[in-house]
Design a protein around this ligand. Structure first.
Ligand SMILES: *Cc1c(COP(=O)(O)O)cnc(C)c1O
Length: 418
């Protein structure tokens, strides 16, 4: 019997097998047939410490029998209050207000609505949004609008709003990118905001750029009074080596988006943090100026409890040291892999390593990615290349032996490519 389940980013017509995962612990998944898979991409970039982290699981269990869910418009609860305070403490200065939602895409939608609402309520309406080339901010309409256009959103192009794009700051061509941002900010029709993935563009191909460039971009926006939105949905919670990627550039965004690793990856939750200026632009005795956004599960209590448990781990343990150790193991593996004649452009930041398969027929829809994925699956590794880009982003509990095995499997899979 075929399953009624319609999977995300999956062409069911290709009949690729869909493994059933029945349990998980640490860096490993267990399949229905009893085989095990190393989760080399942290289950789509969400798992940070490891699967079923006992303290996070315990917090979820306890909260589930205390308070599960309550309307968050006009009501509050201790887990949300505690979490909001912690987030304000842990993130760059100036981000003093926390708006909860449920996914990275909604965190981005909220950020864009806050930015537009800010200018609207100040009676200086602005509508232009600046974005970085190759960026990805989610799959809802607004989030797609500010992300790169391609085959994955062609069908929806009529729904997407126009944005202006700053070239990706490729090594050696950074000045052109900075000049482009400056030029767009100078236009008489002032932009409302610039949204960017700090230091690492994820779905765009695991592209890395320098902290110095991020810092300069923030400075340009500040100089021209353009709101700076940091989408740390993927880069947050240690992935790039620090809690937030912005810290490495000492950037203080006006708006910050968090999701994925916010709960350690166990349950969905997102937060959009905003500056006092943005909050105050919505603060009034006039109901028409309030922030018009909600989703049913805003600040779900179980999710907030999981996030608070995650933060306890961050406070009690040296998570960045663990990421650094994993990063070293990834670096060694990457150096060996870089010698392979079919591989080029090795790059790494924190606990993320990537390399490109080169040669004919290696575009996004080529069969390089599914071939590698299938080969790795046979080797007991969950990997999901982005087009011709192979990347690994394992949970922080992954050992150096596991990393060595992972890279050996990748080398074999690349050898097996036609
Ligand atoms: C994954 C991602 C999103 C979207 O998050 P979802 O939870 O999948 O909606 C947004 N921005 C970035 C940078 C991401 O990597």
């Amino acid at each position: 019997m075929t399953s009624p389940v319609w999977h995300p980013f999956t062409q069911h017509g290709l009949y690729e097998p869909i493994p059933q995962i029945t349990s998980a612990a640490g860096a490993w998944l267990t399949c229905a047939d009893g085989s095990r898979l190393l989760d080399a991409i942290s289950s789509w970039w969400v798992i940070t410490h490891g699967h079923c982290e006992p303290r996070i699981a315990a917090a979820i269990a306890a909260q589930a029998v205390t308070l599960d869910q309550v309307i968050f418009a006009g009501y509050t609860h201790p887990q949300a209050e505690k979490l909001a305070r912690s987030l304000v403490e842990m993130t760059p200065a100036g981000l003093d207000h926390v708006f909860f939602s449920d996914s990275g895409s909604t965190a981005v939608e909220v950020a864009l609505k806050m930015a537009l609402g800010y200018w609207h309520n100040r009676r200086e309406p602005r509508r232009r949004i600046l974005v970085m080339e190759h960026s990805y901010h989610g799959d809802t309409i607004g989030a797609m609008s500010v992300g790169a256009r391609g085959v994955y959103n062609n069908a929806y192009a009529p729904l997407l709003f126009d944005v202006e794009t700053v070239p990706f700051p490729t090594k050696g061509e950074e000045q052109a990118s900075l000049d482009a941002l400056d030029g767009l900010c100078r236009a008489s029709d002032k932009p409302a905001a610039f949204i960017v993935e700090p230091l690492l563009l994820g779905a765009g191909g695991m592209l890395v750029y320098e902290a110095r460039i991020l810092a300069e971009m923030a400075t340009i926006c500040e100089r021209h009074g353009v709101l700076f939105i940091a989408d740390e949905v993927m880069t947050g919670w240690g992935r790039t080596g620090t809690l937030l990627a912005c810290e490495q550039a000492e950037v203080r965004p006006d708006i910050l988006c968090l999701a994925k690793g916010l709960t350690g990856g166990a349950v969905p939750l997102a937060a959009t943090l905003a500056s006092t200026a943005i909050f105050d632009s919505h603060l009034s005795t006039d109901r028409a100026a309030m922030f018009f956004h909600s989703s049913s599960f805003t600040a779900n209590a179980v999710s907030c409890a999981a996030a608070n448990a995650n933060i306890e781990i961050w406070r009690g343990e040296d998570v960045p040291a663990r990421v650094a150790a994993l990063g070293h193991a990834l670096e060694r593996g990457l150096e060996r892999l870089a010698l392979h004649p079919r591989l080029a452009n090795p790059r790494r930041i924190g606990a993320v390593a990537a390399i490109d398969v080169v040669g004919d027929g290696t575009g996004y829809l080529s069969d390089v990615a599914p071939r590698l994925r299938a080969h790795m699956l046979e080797q007991g590794v969950l990997l999901r290349p982005l087009g011709n880009t192979i990347y690994v982003m394992p949970p922080y509990c992954t050992t150096s032996q596991e990393v060595d095995g992972l890279f050996a499997s990748i080398a074999e899979a690349v050898d097996a490519l036609p």
